[in-house]
Write a protein that binds this ligand. Sequence first.
Ligand code: GLC
Ligand code: CA
Length: 558
Amino acid sequence: MDLIKAWWKEAVVYQIYPKSFCDSNGDGIGDLNGITSKLEYLADLGINVIWLSPIYKSPNVDNGYDIADYEAIMDSFGTMEDFDRMLEKAHSLGIKIMMDLVVNHTSDQHRWFQESKKGPDNPYRDYYIWKKPVEGRKYPNNWGASFGAGSVWEWDEPSQMYYLHLFAKEMPDLNWANPKVHEEVFGMMRRWLEKGVDGFRMDVINLISKDPTFPDGELLNHEYSDFYPVVTNHPEVHTYLREMYNKVLKDYDTITVGECCCTSPEVAKIYTSETERELNMIFQFDHMGVDNGPHGRWCDRRMDLRDLKAAMSKWQDELYGQGWNSLYWNNHDQPRCVSRFGNDSDEYREISAKMLGTCLHMMQGTPYVYQGEELGMTNICLDINEYEDIETLDTYYQYVTVEGMDPEEMMRYIHYKSRDNARTGMQWSAEKNGGFTSGTPWFTVNPNYTKINAASQVNDPNSVFSYYKKLIHLRKENPVMVYGKYELLLPEDEDLYVYTRTDDDTQLYVLCNFTDKERTLAIPDAFRDTEVLIANYDAPNADGTIRPYEAFVLKRSL
Ligand code: GLC
Ligand code: CA
């Protein structure tokens, strides 16, 4: 099958979480000028697009995902002139900028909400979702909020009504049933595109349309239900995204990716169809759930590799020729992949980080690298009072304080899964605070920056950085990495992830050992003595012995 070619399929995206990336003025907070100063580093790595987590004006209840003004820059990040300089320099280096579009909700400090709160007659009232109390019920429905261990409904005393917030109470949900909201959002997107930005990563985009009957969900505890299964992918979301495409995106050459948890490949095909244009790709979450437990993601169980292979392969197979995958192990909401799916011990950290990079970048889809992943940065281990993340703190409160879980048990889960694992300062050098800031960092820098940092890796041909650079480079020269068909081999093997990629004239054989065990597996005859595209040890052993966390890719012509 000949797939439709597109630059965003061939690209590699690098995610920046600005607050933790690089501080240029010593106030302890990463900023736009800090990003600008590191663009050469990113150009050297070879990435094509930066996904910039929110940089807009925000009271920072959720580190910028609570936006108070979509068209102003957060004070601590700099000014619009700083933004323009960053954009211009990025473009001059051939790097595109993808903005974070957070339009399921705003901050309660947004002007629209400030107006909306003034009462039922205010012209902005219907920009948000307000409900009257229902006789005999504590809240309009039983949905529990994502942060805050309570209802999604917040009481407003003056108007005697509730407003909806799927996330924190400071993050009220926009009312997409109101066409005025569309016009506002589309106008804002257009102004950013006119400024020259290259696309959008759309935050929790599959939540924007709510069933107008607001049905109860299945109870998780005595009071609240999980709203996700009820709210995600409500059919109207497709109408809204097509409208967004037709009214805005179609006039620009953009890259778009929607964050879509609880979504099946069937539905993803609708979002990413190349005929009914909505989005280029989505972030699915199946592989992020393979190490869940009885408390959802709050668990410290290692995944079973067979589950990971099944999750990834389902998406590889089902979207082939029908949509497009995004590929990621990491983002600002996930722990560090080397600590989670690899091995962050001194002995195996580098080799397993390279193995994970190989496994992901050889698959079909657009790969995403999260800041520090290219260095093999690891999780941190802190006391509860040292965490910053609203989700981590609220979850601790819910499980330990409210439900009585053993605090040590909860801390094990937090060390393994907290979003804050991704939010420690970027480790640029062995200098104080890893070179992230000359001042006092807003959040911990992992003390292992003395060993793990960019300065020691960029010129070392054996570093994780150099390995990622090679992976990214190989993609440009090997279209089979982008467009080839994926086939999983040995689905039941508990240690090895083996697959092939095939196009008309080339085939790749990808082998990754996800364990510290030595194994044997003969190289298939067709690949004997063929080219080694990349390997994290010198070269594969001829006798078929596979070393701990070994990864290699063999290439043959057909
Ligand atoms: C998305 C973001 C996450 C944020 C949430 C609410 O999941 O990735 O960081 O907390 O949406 O905006
Ligand atoms: Ca700063």
